[in-house]
Design a binder for this molecule. Structure first.
Ligand code: BES
Ligand code: ZN
Ligand code: ZN
Length: 504
């Protein structure tokens, strides 16, 4: 898809369809809509007066402009965007996504989107492009019939009065971010047989080569040398060896005296059967997405390599397949993590925290000073927050606040859960230092309390994306299936830190 942005008028654009934002309760007798109404021969007034469209979020009305229209485009899509006062960059992203998805469904090949928000043009254009690119993702990769094969060839974002350089930058950023979110979604969507730890490491190598990141992949022998007994205990039941992927972005000029290193760590369980603590069969097929945390890190690093911020970023992705077999770890076994801590494995289905423990420790060994880990870690988080908010917990309130703030800007919601030290009592073991489950109460919190044991001495936050990484239903701006949650928030965090570094 060819993507552009223009500060010119939508009237003369050589596209098949125009998509225009309409605010809640707006009428056709004022300002922007009045102009549009007069050059379309009264279509807007007719639609709004009949209340066919009230301007509520995601509502759409689609018309053909025939005869007395003064616009080059012959089709018009009006997209409700809700209250004007709540209309931020995040809503622009959804507006553009809704427009692009709806118009693709009408077999339109070229579109101009008019988001009608003029402040911070670079960011608005970027968000409109991100939303559009993300909207075109479909999970039907392996379908051979009835596949969505209609393509949009050209997209223009119309931003009144903005300068060309910021529009260009916005388009470029939006395309990189949108494609990287879709990259993450594609990985998450892959069946376990096509996305083993080895496959994941190969995908990481491709990304590193294509976009210029340094890469190191630890095999099981090297993990053994590092003493990663916790990570290794998870892959023991599988024929597929575990991999620990390390990606690193280094800016071309490193600011002297800045020893800070931000690291993203993502759970890469390529299939989670539960192991000996086998999961029930119902919905087990979904456990192919248990590597979404890892895919999120890979997608973010893919974008970072292209966006070239001024700060270094480390990506650490522990990958393993959790299966039962005669060699598998058993409930009651005790394993020793890289830090020397001993862990009693009560339940082999609480495997994510076992691989993250060694990955966090290794990130620290590589010099990380700020660590954000992300994982489809607990079913309990869906009970607590559903599919709306991602849980965030951590030891550094500033980092947690930064995640929540960056999420707001990116249109991704995070909700903090507490992590008082009292919760750590639940993971005390009778025969080892800690155990890997903390009972039925506060499952998401005790999982984070477990990770906290391995994150001392650094600024650390954890995202539990189990409830938000997979959508059971489609939205007007997004297909069902993998959502790519958190990639955009991580990229905002990096952009903010980079700006701070440039300013210093
Ligand atoms: N991968 C699962 C968590 C999960 C569940 C993700 C549903 C997405 C949807 C994780 O490894 C797991 O099995 N967690 C257990 C922990 C329990 C044994 C303490 C859980 O949440 O049931
Ligand atoms: Zn599990
Ligand atoms: Zn899991």
């Amino acid at each position: 898809m060819q993507i552009e942005s223009t500060s010119g008028s939508y009237r003369d654009l050589d596209v098949q369809a125009l998509a225009i934002a309409v605010f809640k309760g707006e009428k056709a007798d004022d300002g922007f809509l009045k102009d549009l109404d007069s050059i379309t021969g009264g279509v807007i007034k007719s639609v709004l007066d009949s209340e066919e469209l009230k301007g509520k979020e995601s509502e759409t009305v689609y018309v053909h402009l025939i005869g007395n229209s003064d616009i080059k485009a012959h089709r018009l899509l009006l997209v409700g965007v809700g209250e004007r006062s709540d209309y931020t960059a995040a809503e622009v992203s959804q507006m553009a996504g809704t427009a692009v998805r709806a118009l693709r469904g009408k077999n339109v090949k070229s579109i101009a989107v008019v988001p009608r928000r003029e402040e911070t043009p670079e960011d608005i254009v970027s968000m409109a492009v991100e939303g559009s690119v993300m909207a075109l993702f479909d999970p039907d990769k392996y379908r051979t019939t009835d596949k969505e094969d209609r393509k949009i060839e050209k997209l223009i974002v119309v931003m009144d009065g903005a300068d060309e350089t910021s529009l260009k930058r916005g388009v470029e950023r939006g395309r990189i971010v949108g494609e990287s979110v879709n990259f993450t979604r594609d990985l998450a969507n892959e069946p376990g047989a096509y996305m083993t730890p080895t496959n994941m490491s190969e995908r990481a190598r491709e990304v590193a080569t294509e976009f210029g990141l340094s890469i190191d992949v630890l095999d099981e022998a090297r993990m053994e040398q590092e003493g990663m007994g916790s990570l290794l205990s998870v892959s023991r039941g599988s024929e597929e060896p575990a991999k620990l992927i390390i990606l690193k972005y280094t800016p071309s000029s490193v600011t002297e005296g800045n020893e800070k290193l931000l690291a993203f760590v993502g759970k890469g369980i390529t299939f989670d059967s539960g192991g000996i603590s086998l999961k029930p069969g119902e919905n087990m097929e979904l456990m192919k997405y248990d590597m979404t945390g890892g895919a999120t890190v890979m997608g973010a690093m893919r974008a970072i390599a292209q966006l070239k911020p001024s700060i270094p970023v480390l990506g650490v992705i522990p990958c393993a397949e959790n299966l039962p077999s005669g060699k598998a770890t058993k409930p009651g076994d005790v394993v020793r993590a890289m830090t020397g801590k001993t862990i009693e494995v009560i339940n082999t289905d609480a495997e994510g925290r076992l691989i993250l423990a060694d990955a966090i420790a290794y990130a620290k060994k590589l010099g990380a000073t700020r660590i954000i880990d992300m994982a489809t870690l607990t079913g309990a988080v869906s009970i607590a927050l559903g599919d709306v908010n991602t849980a965030v917990l951590g030891t550094d309130q500033e980092l947690v606040d930064e995640i929540i703030g960056a999420g707001k800007e990116a249109g991704e919601k995070f909700w903090q859960l507490p992590l008082d030290k009292e919760y750590s009592k639940q993971i005390k073991s009778d025969i080892a230092d800690i155990k890997n489950v903390g009972g039925r109460k506060a499952g998401t919190i005790t999982a984070a309390a477990f990770l906290k044991e391995f994150a001392d001495g650094v600024s650390w936050a954890h995202l539990d994306i189990a409830g938000t990484a997979w959508a059971d239903e489609a939205k007007p701006y997004r297909s069902k299936g993998p959502t790519g949650i958190a990639v955009r928030t991580l990229l905002r965090i990096v952009a903010r830190a980079s700006q701070k570094c440039d300013g210093a």
